[in-house]
Design a protein. Structure first.
Length: 277
């Protein structure tokens, strides 16, 4: 950019800023936050559409039906041909980057909260129903391990589903698997797919399966690999938790705990089989 072009931009922007300032309600000029939000609104609604030359030039000459694409820099009008050249899928009303922003939010919170937070972060309003439809048609690639699976953990829990105001909350079960040192995946009320996913990965000759001792977790381990491959291990936290339930003197429990920590399981079991303190 030449110095002359820089000066021209500066003069034009100063004139634009003065016009926008005059057309901003006085109530929106009372604090830094209100001014900041007003400026962003002007940029999105007034300035951004006028610099659509970026998109029109990059998309080249194009014919076909015009459509308006909602983007992170405001609404941009393109022809069908231009949108296709720029990688906007047929029928999409959201830009690729705005779609990513929506997916990032709905992956961590409710659709209603995603609508609210997107508006707060970008100034762009995408209704929660639109974000819901976006997620339903968006196929996320399944994670894949890059090395042989040597150890994994499985755990389960409940997730609360959003219900209409005034109605009782609904809880549903899910299972999550973590391949140690690599990737993880969660499965909502679909244990079969969890087993299929794990068994589709390249596995080592011996697999350490770490769990909390729950029957539901161990039933899944029984379907992974072969019995010769699996080395099923109760995690230390739940091992000690269950050890305390066995009862007996604190002295005996401490001896058993020390033996378990050293891997002396036979000696630890003998503490209770023998019946002595």
């Amino acid at each position: 950019m030449t110095p002359e072009e820089q000066q021209k931009i500066k003069i034009n922007l100063q004139e634009i800023a003065e016009i926008l300032y005059k057309n901003t309600p006085v109530d929106n000029l009372q604090s830094f936050e209100s001014v900041e939000l007003s400026v962003r609104e002007h940029l999105i609604e007034t300035v951004a559409p006028e610099i659509s030359v970026f998109f029109n030039s990059a998309g080249g000459k194009g014919s076909g039906r015009k459509r308006t694409i909602k983007s992170c820099v405001g609404e941009i009008t393109l022809s069908s041909k231009q949108a296709q050249r720029l990688g906007v899928k047929k029928g999409n009303r959201l830009s690729p980057n705005l779609e990513k922003c929506c997916l990032l939010l709905v992956g961590n919170e409710s659709f209603a909260n995603a609508e609210r937070d997107l508006k707060m972060l970008t100034g762009i309003n995408v209704p929660h129903s639109t974000q819901h439809r976006l997620l339903e048609r968006y196929k996320l690639p399944e994670p894949e391990t890059t090395e042989k699976v040597e150890a994994l953990s499985i755990d389960g829990g409940n997730v609360r589903l959003r219900t209409p105001l005034g109605e009782e909350s609904v809880w549903r079960n899910y299972k999550a698997v973590k391949v140690h040192g690599q990737v993880g995946a969660a499965f909502f009320q679909n244990n079969a797919d969890l087993v299929v996913w794990v068994n589709s990965q390249l596995k080592s000759e011996a697999i350490t399966c770490l769990g909390d001792g729950h029957d539901g977790v161990w039933n899944l381990f029984n379907q992974i690999g072969t019995i010769e491959q699996r080395r099923e291990v109760l995690d230390w936290y739940h091992l000690i938790e269950n050890l305390q339930r066995v009862g007996g003197s604190l002295k005996r429990l401490r001896r058993a705990q020390n033996q378990l920590w050293q891997g002396s399981t036979v000696e630890a079991i003998a503490e209770f089989v023998g019946g002595y303190e």
